[in-house]
Design a binder for this molecule. Structure first.
Ligand code: IDP
Ligand code: MG
Length: 139
């Protein structure tokens, strides 16, 4: 059975271009409840740790620079089948390949500056949520 929590970030590019409220509206209009949310900024070290799984990729250093370049919103979201439904809502990593109506199709600039993060598994949703929030903040 699939879990009912996922984790998201509104990334620095979307914050910089003023899409925070529009993206949050789209998320809540789709039926996700916000369980925890904060406006914060990652240090380079935190971005390296969060994206550690990608450290061998050619884009890793650029990704760390970008994700630590400005404020982000981090949030834990609740809905049935949360991880899968949220990945559907955000669309493909590359916005040129994302379906019409998805957040990345609407607000992403490029495969790197792609507006939002969404967890790819229940396990990672927990790891990522715990990275930003204490248990007290989530419930
Ligand atoms: P995801 O965010 O759709 O799960 P991942 O493959 O996990 O995509 O990649 C993490 C992040 O790294 C992406 O959201 C994007 O910001 C960046 N990224 C992924 N692939 C590329 C690439 O080919 N060039 C530049 N940046 C990339
Ligand atoms: Mg990913």
């Amino acid at each position: 059975m699939n879990g009912n929590l996922t984790f998201t970030m509104i990334k620095p590019d979307a914050m910089q271009r003023g899409f925070m409220s529009k993206i949050l509206d789209k998320i809540t209009d789709t039926g996700f409840k916000v369980k925890a949310m904060k406006l914060t900024k990652l240090s380079k070290e935190q971005a390296q740790q969060f994206y550690g799984v990608h450290k061998e990729r050619p884009f890793f250093n650029d990704l760390v620079e970008y994700m630590s370049s400005g404020p982000i919103v981090a949030a834990v979201l609740e809905k049935n089948n949360a991880v899968e439904d949220f990945r559907k809502l955000i669309g493909a990593t590359d916005p040129t390949k994302a379906d019409e109506g998805t957040i990345r199709k609407m607000y992403a600039e490029s495969i790197q500056y792609n507006a939002v993060h969404g967890s790819d598994s229940d396990e990672n949703a927990m790891i990522e949520g715990n990275f930003f929030f204490s248990a007290r903040e989530r419930f």
